[in-house]
Write a protein that binds this ligand. Structure first.
Ligand code: ZN
Length: 167
């Protein structure tokens, strides 16, 4: 009896440890992208571009995209903001390069559902790949806007809108 009980607690402890290690790993990815953002540059004469503004946190970004036919051949961003908004923009550019506009929309929709709690990355089908590291922002409502700013902005750009605000 005593043994079984201890092994249950050990198992639980191990689970909790794994969860916090996973969070640490996610945090590392976010800090890495914040420090060394990918595709952090302006694209001159971009086919599509838009400005995104999240006044709640002070995040401001510009996104640029080159579109050939219906394929997004290049994506980049500039701007300033918190670690989450910057990392999210960085990973967004990596994710969308080479995707079709339709695929980009579908990923935007999945991302939006994930950070608003409509999609469970553990149990629902999705193509979010490493974007799932942002699932944790669900617990921090103010951070949802930080994580989704770049996505709303690229979505607007691809639809020919040039400005969005999360307000
Ligand atoms: Zn922010």
């Amino acid at each position: 009896m005593a043994f079984r009980r201890r092994s249950f607690l050990d198992g639980h402890h191990q689970f909790v440890t794994e969860m916090s290690e996973l969070n640490e790993l996610y945090q590392e990815v976010i800090l890495d992208h914040n420090k060394n953002p990918r595709n952090f540059r302006e694209i001159e004469n971009a086919d599509k571009h838009a400005d995104g503004n999240n006044p709640l946190c002070g995040d401001k970004i510009k996104v640029y995209a080159m579109v050939d036919g219906d394929v997004v051949t290049d994506v980049a961003f500039t701007g300033s903001g918190c670690a989450i908004s910057k990392a999210s923009a960085s990973i967004m550019t990596q994710t969308l390069k080479g995707k079709t506009v339709e695929e980009a929309e579908s990923i935007f929709n999945e991302f939006h559902k994930m950070v608003t709690g409509e999609l469970d990355v553990e149990t629902d089908d999705h193509n979010l790949g490493k974007l799932r590291i942002f699932a944790g922002v669900l617990e921090f409502p103010a951070r949802v806007k930080c994580a989704s700013l770049s996505w709303h902005t690229i979505n607007a750009a691809l639809h020919g809108e040039e400005e969005i605000s999360t307000e």
